[in-house]
Design a binder for this molecule. Structure first.
Ligand code: ATP
Length: 306
C-alpha cells in the first residue's frame, strides 16, 4: 500500500509573474484513487501537466514510477495515460479510428475492441467524434488514456459538464479502471466526486497544498465543529446558551435556533434547556463534511474577513 507511484516535492511553476504552482508536495501510492481538489485557478492542471511531462517545472522534483517526467518523457508516456480537460479530435474521425490511431503509438496496446466494450462504447465504434454526446466523448477520452495499458491514469476534470447520471457512470468507470490495477490521479473541483471516489485527497489553494488526507480525515479537521439546531418549545432566557463554553455562535433561522460549536456543546445545551424547563423539538445535529473542510481551507483572506 505504501508503494509510491507519484512523488512530488516542492514543485514550482510560474507563467510570467503568475505563480501558478508555488509549493506542491504529494505522494500517490500504487492502487489508489488520489484526488487533487481546488478552486478554479488553484494550480491543479499545471501540477498534473508537470506530472504528466507536458510542462517543465521551474523548481522542485517530480518522480513518476521513479522517472523524471520531463527528462524521461518517452519512457513515461508508455506508462502514464493522460486524459486532459479538453479532448479535441478531428470532428470526422470515428471512435474506433481514434483508438487505432492512439494504439499505434504503443508497442503493446490494449485491444481496442475489448476496451470499447469495457467502457460501454462498443455500439459507438463507427460513430464520428462530432456526433458523440458529452458523456460519450469523456468515455472516449478515458479509452484513449488507457489504450497504452498504463500503470497510472491522470484524469483532469473528467465529469465537468456531465449530467448527474453520466457523472455517476463516469465514477463507476474510474472505479473499474482502478480495479484493473491502474493508479488514478484525479483532478476535480467537485466535492461530492472527491468524497465518493477518492481514497485520499490533496487540497490545493493558490498553488500550495493546504491539506492532505482521506475525505473523512479532512472533514474531521474542520474548525467549525458541529452544528446543532432545534425549535425550543418556549422562550429561551437571555444568556442561557451563550454562557456554554462550547457554543461559538447562535443564530435564529426561520424559527430554529442554530448553534455552532464543539461536540461537547450538545450535551451541555440539552442540560441547560432542561434546567430552564424547555424542550428542544425537531433536534438536528450536523457533522462537518468535506465541503465545509474545503471552504475552510480554501477561503481567501478577503472572504475570511467578510
Ligand atoms: P481550473 O479548475 O479553473 O481548471 P486549475 O486549478 O487547474 O484551474 P491552472 O489551470 O493550473 O489552475 O491555473 C493556475 C494559474 O495559472 C491560473 O491563474 C491561470 O490563469 C494561470 N495559467 C494557467 N495556464 C497558463 C498559461 N499557459 N499561461 C499563463 N497563465 C496560465
Amino acid at each position: 500500500m505504501d508503494d509510491p507511484v507519484i512523488e512530488v516535492t516542492r514543485l514550482h511553476k510560474a507563467y510570467g509573474s503568475t505563480h501558478a504552482v508555488r509549493d506542491v508536495s504529494l505522494t500517490v501510492r500504487r492502487g489508489e484513487i488520489f484526488g487533487l481538489l481546488g478552486r478554479n485557478g488553484a494550480g491543479k492542471t499545471t501540477t498534473v501537466e508537470m506530472i504528466g511531462g507536458l510542462r517543465r517545472a521551474d523548481g522542485g522534483q517530480v518522480r513518476v514510477l521513479g522517472l523524471d517526467p520531463w527528462a524521461d518523457g518517452a519512457r513515461l508516456r508508455q506508462e502514464v495515460g493522460l486524459q486532459l480537460q479538453s479532448c479535441e479530435l478531428q470532428p470526422r474521425i470515428t471512435v474506433r479510428e481514434a483508438l487505432d490511431l492512439y494504439a499505434a503509438f504503443y508497442p503493446d496496446p490494449a485491444d481496442p475492441g475489448a476496451l470499447l466494450a469495457e467502457l460501454g462504447l462498443a455500439e459507438k465504434a463507427s460513430t464520428r467524434f462530432d456526433r458523440l454526446s458529452g458523456g460519450q466523448r469523456q468515455r472516449l477520452s478515458v479509452a484513449l488514456a488507457l489504450i497504452g495499458r498504463p500503470q497510472v491514469a491522470i484524469l483532469d476534470e473528467l465529469t465537468t459538464g456531465l449530467d448527474p447520471h453520466a457523472r455517476r457512470e463516469a465514477w463507476d468507470l474510474v472505479r473499474q479502471v482502478r480495479a484493473s490495477g491502474v493508479t488514478v490521479l484525479l483532478v476535480t473541483h467537485l466535492m461530492e466526486e472527491a468524497e465518493r471516489l477518492c481514497d485520499r485527497i490533496a487540497v490545493i489553494a493558490d498553488g500550495t497544498v493546504v491539506a492532505t488526507g482521506t475525505p473523512a480525515e479532512l472533514a474531521a479537521s474542520v474548525r467549525t465543529g458541529r452544528t446543532l439546531s432545534f425549535v425550543p418549545d418556549g422562550p429561551v432566557p437571555d444568556g442561557l446558551l451563550d454562557a456554554i463554553p462550547g457554543v461559538h455562535g447562535i443564530s435564529l433561522v426561520e424559527g430554529r435556533l442554530v448553534l455552532h460549536g464543539t461536540n461537547q456543546m450538545v450535551q451541555d445545551v440539552l442540560v441547560a434547556l432542561a434546567g430552564a424547563g424547555l424542550r428542544a423539538d425537531d433536534l438536528r445535529l450536523e457533522a462537518p463534511n468535506l465541503e465545509d473542510a474545503f471552504l475552510d481551507l480554501t477561503r481567501t483572506e478577503k472572504e475570511a474577513a467578510a
